[in-house]
Ligand binder design. Structure first.
Ligand code: GLN
Length: 197
């Protein structure tokens, strides 16, 4: 079983651990650089990207995270985690930094502040067996993306295509929260990316 860490400074860590464990991985919380060093891959959960950014810096995790990402560690970011993986951010909080790695520009709270959360069924490339129930909670979308980025799912908004699932090599990101639905196919896709069972 691949050993997959869940960045556990803030956000819905427990749900991701459960989804990973039932998808064939061993899931462990990561709060310290020594814990990061022991995992094969990492999930950055949803939560509040500004808080996760601040706390990773406080806990001395920012540089180790950036160097593991640069070394090709598989990372899956959901919602706030997508924001943290993005190279560029729109509507970020003042001083907000990302870890980067994904050649995308994300817009925070893109669906509008009045629409706190919504759901839809989405076909996701690479996920077999019908659409995935996508739960969006103050979600970002991808507004620009580089040639190396595969768009695995998108939604239409105001006549534009807005990617909500993207992959670039070992990095995967979703705008929505598959960990809350009990459908673990997105986690299984990531566990497969993380290496042999
Ligand atoms: N709006 C949050 C942020 O900017 C993300 C919300 C979420 O992760 N559900 O970090």
């Amino acid at each position: 079983r691949p050993r997959i860490g869940v960045l556990a400074v803030q956000g819905d860590v427990r749900e991701h651990r459960a989804a990973l464990e039932s998808s064939g991985a061993t899931a462990t919380p990561v709060r310290r650089p020594e814990e990061l060093a022991e995992v094969d891959a990492l999930v950055i959960p949803g939560g509040e990207s500004t808080t996760i950014d601040k706390l990773t810096r406080t806990f001395g995790l920012r540089d180790p995270l950036r160097s593991r990402i640069a070394d090709g560690m598989p990372v899956y970011g959901s919602c706030a985690g997508m924001i943290l993986l993005a190279d560029r951010i729109l509507d970020g909080h003042r001083d907000q930094q990302t870890l980067g790695g994904l050649d995308i520009t994300v817009r925070r709270n893109a669906f509008g502040r009045q629409v706190d959360s919504h759901e839809c069924d989405l076909e996701v490339r690479g996920v077999e067996g019908g659409p995935v129930r996508a739960v969006f909670i103050r979600a970002p979308w991808v507004e620009e993306w580089g040639d190396g980025v595969e768009v695995l799912a998108a939604v239409g908004a105001k006549g534009e295509t807005r990617p909500v699932v993207v992959r670039q090599g070992p990095l995967l990101a979703t705008s929505f929260h598959p960990e809350v639905t009990g459908d673990h196919r997105v986690h299984r896709l990531f566990v497969a990316m993380a290496g042999p069972a």
